[in-house]
Design a protein around this ligand. Structure first.
Ligand code: BV8
Length: 243
């Protein structure tokens, strides 16, 4: 795989790098993407299930969907793309990973300087007491699961129409406005506010690099576009950078 010299130089000497990932980075770990041909939802669209309205009208249905997804994620392992992004955290003096994925695979690969900006599929929240905790039961014994207080537990993820965590958003936007290189991997760039991050990076003077299987709205603003599978491109790119 050939890479432009200026891209290799850029990534070799960068001091501050922000990486934003979407479900495409986990595709080669066997975790289905949202909008791909293998569509994450079986009979329903994600946008119709990942909402507070869907949960309040049918918590069992929403939990059945998440229990099914937790089953897939439980068997998934980080792939070479996750491994490279974990190595980037050790290599770059100033590094931040912002992931839209709720599968926890980046943390499994070793990333720590990271924001799970849409939450984590293994965390739940009591709808009454609002406290969060990990719930690793897989499959769930009871659907929908209940808190000790008797109220429903919900997945601690950000649904459509819900605001993203303030702290995570602040960390992400500060990092993006101060980075030299902004790298997106495996995201269709259609879900806001994360979809606005590449333009924020560009307008803050960062070089935008996009790795994706298909063209997306990010393609038109990226300084460098590497089209293909993240699990194949990233290891080759990383070998070229580290020599
Ligand atoms: C909010 C967690 C304020 C749950 C998710 C109209 C215009 C603009 C915005 C809106 C609008 N209408 C509504 C909105 C706001 C809405 C939004 O953006 N909707 C979109 C659909 C238009 N956003 C929100 O509601 C957000 N909140 O705005 O708060 C607010 C408050 C009140 C009222 C209004 C607004 C909350 C968004 C978060 C939703 N939660 N997930 C869960 O996971 O169950 S979103 C979901 O999409 C996942 O987090 C996912 O990560 C994310 C983004 O999708 P991608 O990761 O990009 O995945 P996708 O399948 O789309 O693409 C994968 C890509 O990888 C593809 O391009 C594919 O080609 C590529 N690929 C595949 N395989 C590979 C690969 N690339 C490389 N290698 C491979 N092997």
């Amino acid at each position: 795989m050939e890479f432009r010299e200026d891209l290799i130089d850029l990534l070799r000497v960068a001091g501050s790098v922000v990486v934003v990932t979407g479900s495409g980075v986990s595709a080669e770990s066997g975790v289905p993407t949202f909008r791909g041909e293998d569509g994450l939802w079986r009979r329903y669209r994600a946008e119709d299930l990942a909402t507070p309205q869907a949960f309040s009208s049918d918590p069992a249905l929403v939990w059945e969907w998440y229990d099914w997804r937790r089953g897939i994620v439980a068997k998934a392992k980080p792939n070479p793309a996750h491994e490279v992004i974990a190595d980037m955290e050790r290599y770059y003096p100033d590094f931040l990973l912002v992931t839209q994925n709720v599968d926890g695979l980046h943390r499994k690969a070793g990333n720590e300087r990271m924001v799970e900006i849409h939450g984590n599929i293994w965390r739940v929240r009591c709808v009454a007491e609002l406290d969060e905790r990990f719930l690793y039961d897989n499959p769930l014994e009871v659907i929908p699961p209940k808190c000790e207080c008797g109220s429903l537990l919900r997945p601690a993820v950000v649904w459509f129409g819900e605001s993203l965590p303030f702290e995570g958003l602040t960390t992400a936007s500060e990092g993006i406005q101060n980075c030299e290189v902004f790298l997106t991997v495996g995201t269709s760039g259609v879900v806001y506010p994360v979809a606005s991050f590449p333009m924020l990076a560009k307008s803050s003077g960062a070089s935008v690099v996009d790795i994706n299987k298909d063209a997306t709205p990010i393609t038109s603003i990226a300084d460098h576009t590497l089209m293909g599978k993240a699990g194949e491109i990233l290891p080759e790119l990383w070998r070229a950078i580290k020599g």
